[in-house]
Structures are given as structure tokens and as C-alpha cells.
Write a protein that binds this ligand. Structure first.
Ligand code: PRP
Length: 218
């Protein structure tokens, strides 16, 4: 059997995702040890994990450097990588929204300035409504843009809503719901099909069990 190469998103979401893989029987004990190492192997169950920037997971998977990975639906919608989307893991649930200062009033005669790191998502959202916009691409701290007059609105991730609230911004409209997805390289899905399908099944069982647990504790 060959190694299964798995790209995980570095950060909070990645740790939750790894816990799910571990619970599903795909652990790699060295992975959570403190340090700066980025690649981890468990040769007993032929797994090789690596931590990559969340927005890069799809690149590794599309080009076959990883057989599978976990990426947010926002990243998949933005970059449309040529990969298979196998499973909604339900983790990292949030929304992509349009937000603006609380007293914002849209003047539809003017081009709307939209600051975002999701240029394609924003473009296609406004194309649907026929609104004329000017995209201002940013990489982070998007909420600052309308406060400083760089943009009229932002298109960004809203999870708890705290960042918007603390910066006197409010949601105007929801663009899409987002959660973490299991994705696979198309060639790997053929050549390592048994391994990948097995992993997908185990994860699916775990997600089902977790959802059931959540329901009965309510
Ligand atoms: C994301 C997003 C918002 C924030 C929303 O930022 O861009 O700023 O989380 O979360 P909340 O609704 O729970 O406040 P991230 O931490 O990814 O950093 P960024 O500034 O680089 O986008």
C-alpha cells in the first residue's frame, strides 16, 4: 500500500479537522507535538500529513502533491480548483457576507467599492444583481477598509459576528454558507480509490455520530 498524502489547513480549523481524522482511526500521534515541523508520517497506517496555509490546500490537492485535503467552501468557490469535493465535514461553519458601516445607505447611481479577499465570489454575487462595482483586493483585516473610506462595503467571512460588531459594521446580505470540505485529487481518487473511499466512510460515520451526540445533549 502507498502513503496517503493529506494536506490539512494550518490553524484552528486544522486542529479540529485533525481531531476528527484521529477519532475516525486516522491518527498520527507526532502531529500535535509542539514544534515547527510541517510534515508528519505514520508508517503503520501509511498516512503522511502536512500543514499548509488554508488557502493553499486546494493547490496542493489539485496538483497532486496531496492526495486529499480539507478546504473551506469559500476557498473552493473562489478558486474553483479542479478537484473532487467528497464530503461536507460540517466543521468551521460560517458565512460569506456583504457588510457595511451601520449607517450605510447604498447610492445605486454610483459604482460600489467592494473590499475583499474573495474577488471572484464578490464579482459573481454582484453580477447576478447587475450592480456596478469596483473590487479592491485585500489580504486581511478587511473590516478596516470602509472605516477608513477605502471602500463602501466588504465581502468577508462572518463567524460569530464579533469582528463586525466591534468595528461598527453590520451584515447587509449573505452571499454563501461555508464549511470545511474533504477534497481529493482526481488521479489519486482513481489510483488510491480504496484508501480514499475507506477514509471518507469513516469520517462520514464520525460526523453522523457527532451530530447525533449534539442532538441528544440539547
Ligand atoms: C476572519 C474574517 C473576519 C473574522 C470573522 O478573519 O476575515 O475578520 O474572521 O470572525 P468573527 O465573525 O467570529 O468575528 P481571520 O481571523 O481569518 O483573519 P483575516 O483578517 O486575515 O481575514
Amino acid at each position: 500500500m502507498e502513503f496517503l498524502n493529506i494536506a490539512l489547513p494550518k490553524g484552528r480549523l486544522g486542529e479540529k479537522v485533525y481531531r476528527l481524522f484521529e477519532e475516525a482511526g486516522y491518527g498520527c500521534p507526532s502531529l500535535l507535538q509542539p514544534g515547527r515541523k510541517l510534515i508528519f508520517e505514520n508508517s503503520e497506517n501509511m498516512l503522511r500529513y502536512f500543514w499548509v496555509k488554508p488557502s493553499d490546500v486546494a493547490v496542493y490537492v489539485e496538483r497532486g502533491a496531496a492526495d486529499i485535503g480539507v478546504a473551506g467552501k469559500d476557498i473552493l468557490a473562489e478558486y474553483e480548483p479542479d478537484v473532487f469535493e467528497l464530503l461536507d465535514l460540517g466543521l468551521g461553519a460560517c458565512r460569506v457576507c456583504v457588510a457595511a458601516p451601520v449607517n450605510f445607505c447604498d447610492d445605486t447611481r454610483k459604482t460600489l467599492r467592494v473590499a475583499t479577499k474573495f474577488c471572484n465570489i464578490a464579482r459573481s454575487f454582484y453580477a447576478d444583481s447587475g450592480r456596478d462595482i469596483d473590487i479592491i483586493p485585500l489580504n486581511g483585516s478587511i473590516e478596516i477598509a470602509p472605516i477608513l473610506g477605502l471602500s463602501d462595503v466588504i465581502v468577508d467571512i462572518v463567524e460569530t459576528g464579533t469582528t463586525l460588531k466591534e468595528n461598527d459594521l453590520a451584515v447587509i446580505s449573505e452571499v454563501m454558507q461555508v464549511s470545511a470540505r474533504l477534497i481529493a485529487n482526481k488521479a489519486s481518487f482513481r489510483f488510491k480509490n480504496v484508501q480514499i473511499e475507506q477514509l471518507k466512510e469513516k469520517l462520514y460515520e464520525k460526523i453522523g455520530a457527532n451530530r447525533y451526540d449534539q442532538n441528544i445533549t440539547k
